[in-house]
Design a binder for this molecule. Structure first.
Ligand code: A2P
Length: 271
């Protein structure tokens, strides 16, 4: 399970474990607490949460009860997508830090360029405003790295033009069959690490015949192939599961997809 400990290096020198544990859609309370604690016990040292997931408190509790040293675990959280003003950003950043019971968060992201109930709305000015607040907290040491999520090239360019500050990370939906080559190309050119959420296509691509055939060829499960696909494309997968055996399965990806097979997988289109 070497990829739980192996790290990417962000453009500011901060190291980030190559597989993170995703907590999206894990209900708050005992479910999120138990899943996070299990993940930490299994060996995950990178946990991805968000204010909007409503489970930051449980992630914080699990981290505390795991007995792991704070500096040995990497925690990400996010500013809710509808918060597009400076004061709102400050309020939510403070709340996240409090919810998690932490002195600092390792990575903090703008959750989306638009509110989830108004996808595509032009919020460029609002994004710039909250990006400035996030930079302020980064410079004060509350965050070790900062970035965005669900941003395309133009969304990123706007906040960089307005501040001169390039995000360290862009977290996007990315899995076999879901083409993100344009955004990934831009991020690679600008030294922005791409994180992949829904690397298993929220479970929907695991029955895909082409994926099953390729997984069989490597003697791995479809989930393992999907996760390694992200890593071999230099992105950071954030698989989610509440099942401890699957947590182990998803981390057991110490195999290499050949270049020609990766090319085949990169060409699959499913949405
Ligand atoms: P569960 O939490 O019941 O294990 P994604 O990470 O793309 O969002 O996918 C998450 C979905 O995939 C969840 O429904 C999760 O279910 C399921 N899942 C996670 N890991 C595996 C696995 N190794 N095999 C099959 N399904 C999995």
């Amino acid at each position: 399970m070497k990829y739980l400990k192996e790290k990417y290096v962000l453009s500011n020198g901060v190291e980030i474990p190559k597989i993170g544990f995703g907590t999206w859609q894990i209900p708050k309370g005992n479910d999120a607490y138990k899943a996070t604690l299990n993940a930490l016990n299994v060996g995950y040292i990178h946990i991805d949460t968000a204010f909007a997931y409503d489970n930051e408190f449980d992630v914080g509790r699990a981290l505390k009860d795991s007995g792991l040293k704070r500096e040995n675990v990497f925690i990400t959280s996010k500013l809710p997508s509808h918060i597009k003003d400076y004061n709102g950003a400050i309020k939510h950043m403070d709340e996240t830090i409090k919810n998690l019971s932490l002195d600092y968060v390792d990575l903090y992201l703008i959750h989306a360029p638009w509110p989830w109930n108004e996808i595509g709305k032009d919020c460029k000015e609002g994004n710039l405003e909250v990006w400035k607040a996030i930079i302020e907290y980064y410079e004060k040491g509350y965050f070790r790295a900062i970035g965005v999520s669900n941003f395309n090239k133009d969304d990123i360019k706007y906040i960089v033009d307005g501040t001169g500050f390039m995000p360290h990370v862009n977290q996007i939906k990315y899995h076999i069959g879901f083409d993100q080559s344009e955004t990934i190309k831009y991020c690679n050119e600008n030294n922005i690490l791409v994180e992949a959420y829904s690397p298993l296509g929220t479970g929907k691509i695991l029955n895909d015949r082409e994926i099953i055939n390729m997984a069989n060829k490597y003697n791995v499960t479809p989930a393992q192939l999907c996760i390694k696909f992200c890593i071999d494309n230099n992105t950071l997968p954030l698989p989610k599961t509440v099942n401890k055996n699957r947590m182990i399965e998803n981390a057991n990806v110490d195999f290499k997809i050949s270049e020609s097979d990766l090319e085949i997988l990169n060409k699959i289109q499913r949405s």
